[in-house]
Design a protein around this ligand. Structure first.
Ligand code: NAD
Length: 248
C-alpha cells in the first residue's frame, strides 16, 4: 500500500517536534491528523499544509482519547504529546510524578490500546512513541520525567515482542535536547528558581550532546518517517537515540 493511502495520527502535533513529524509525514504522502489541546496551533498546522485535519483533545482525558480513536482507521500512531518538569527528588511529590506519568505515559497506553486491534486486523501498523534520552539513562533533577520516559521505552519493548507476528511494529525515538517550547520553558523555570540567565541554561543543555548543539525537530521527524515506512518492517522494539552520541 502506498503511503498516500495510509492514515497517521500525531498527538501534540501543533508545535515543536510533533509539528515537524506531522509535516514530514504529510510530505511523505501520509494522510495526517494532528491532535492536541490548542485549536489555533492545530489549525495553523493544517493551514500550513503540515496536516490534513486536526482534532482538539487533551490526551490526559484518556476516555475521550480512546473513544475518538476507537473504530478509526489509524495505520501510524505517533504518540508525541508530552510535558517536562524538574525538581530535586526530595521536592518531587507524588502529584508531580502522577502529572508526568499521566501525560507522558498513560496517554500512550490509551492511544495504543485504541488503535492496535484495527492495526492487527489489517495486518499493518506502526506504533511510534516520542520518548527521550531520559528514557534510556538517568539525569539529575528530572526523576519523574525520566521515570515516565523509561515507562514508554519499557512498554515499547514489551509490546513489540507481543505483537511481533501481526505486521505491527512498536518503536520509540529518543531525542536529546531539541530547541522547542518545552526546553525554553524548562530553562525559564530553572532561571526563575536559580537566578541564572535562561539563555545560559539553554546553552548548557546542549553541552550534554557530544556534537555540542541542539538536535533538530527535523532530524527526529526523519527517523519517524523511516519507522513508519514499509521498509522498516524488521525494526521492532527499538528505542532509537537521536542525540549526537549522548547515550553512546
Ligand atoms: P512542545 O512543548 O513544543 O510540544 C509538546 C506538545 O505536546 C505540544 O503540542 C503540547 O500542546 C502537547 N501536549 C502537552 N500536553 C498535552 C495534553 N495534555 N494533551 C494534548 N497535547 C498535549 O515540546 P516538544 O519538545 O516538541 O515535545 C514533544 C515530545 O518530545 C514530548 O513528548 C517530549 O517529552 C519529547 N522530547 C522533547 C525533547 C526536547 O528537548 N525538546 C527531548 C526529548 C524528548
Amino acid at each position: 500500500m502506498a503511503a498516500a493511502s495510509r492514515r497517521a495520527i500525531v498527538t501534540g502535533g501543533g508545535r515543536g517536534i510533533g509539528r515537524a513529524v506531522a509535516g514530514a509525514l504529510t510530505r511523505a504522502g501520509y494522510d495526517v491528523t494532528v491532535l492536541g489541546r490548542t485549536a489555533k496551533t492545530l489549525d495553523d498546522a493544517v493551514a500550513a499544509g503540515d496536516a490534513a485535519a486536526a482534532k482538539v483533545l487533551d490526551v490526559t482525558d484518556t476516555e475521550a482519547l480512546s473513544s475518538y480513536l476507537h473504530g478509526q482507521t489509524v495505520d501510524i500512531l505517533v504518540s508525541n504529546a508530552g510535558i517536562a518538569d524538574s525538581a530535586p527528588f526530595a521536592k518531587t511529590d507524588l502529584a508531580h510524578f502522577r502529572r508526568l506519568m499521566t501525560v507522558n505515559f498513560e496517554s500512550v497506553v490509551a492511544a495504543t490500546q485504541a488503535v492496535l486491534p484495527g492495526m492487527i486486523d489489517r495486518g499493518f501498523g506502526r506504533i511510534i512513541s516520542v520518548a527521550s534520552v531520559a528514557g534510556l539513562k538517568g539525569y539529575p533533577y528530572v526523576s519523574a520525567y525520566c521515570a515516565s520516559k523509561h515507562a514508554v521505552v519499557g512498554l515499547t519493548r514489551a509490546l513489540a515482542r507481543e505483537v511481533a507476528k501481526t505486521g505491527v511494529t512498536v518503536n520509540a525515538v529518543c531525542p536529546g535536547y531539541v530547541d522547542t517550547d518545552l526546553v525554553r520553558d524548562g530553562a525559564s523555570r530553572i532561571a526563575a528558581k536559580t537566578g541564572r540567565p535562561a539563555g545560559e541554561i539553554a546553552t548548557s543543555f546542549h553541552k550534554h550532546n557530544p556534537q555540542d548543539r541542539f538536535v533538530t525537530a527535523t532530524e527526529v521527524a526523519a527517523a519517524v518517517v523511516w519507522l513508519a515506512s514499509a521498509e522498516a518492517a524488521a525494526v521492532n522494539g527499538q528505542a532509537i537515540a537521536i542525540d549526537g552520541g549522548e547515550t553512546a
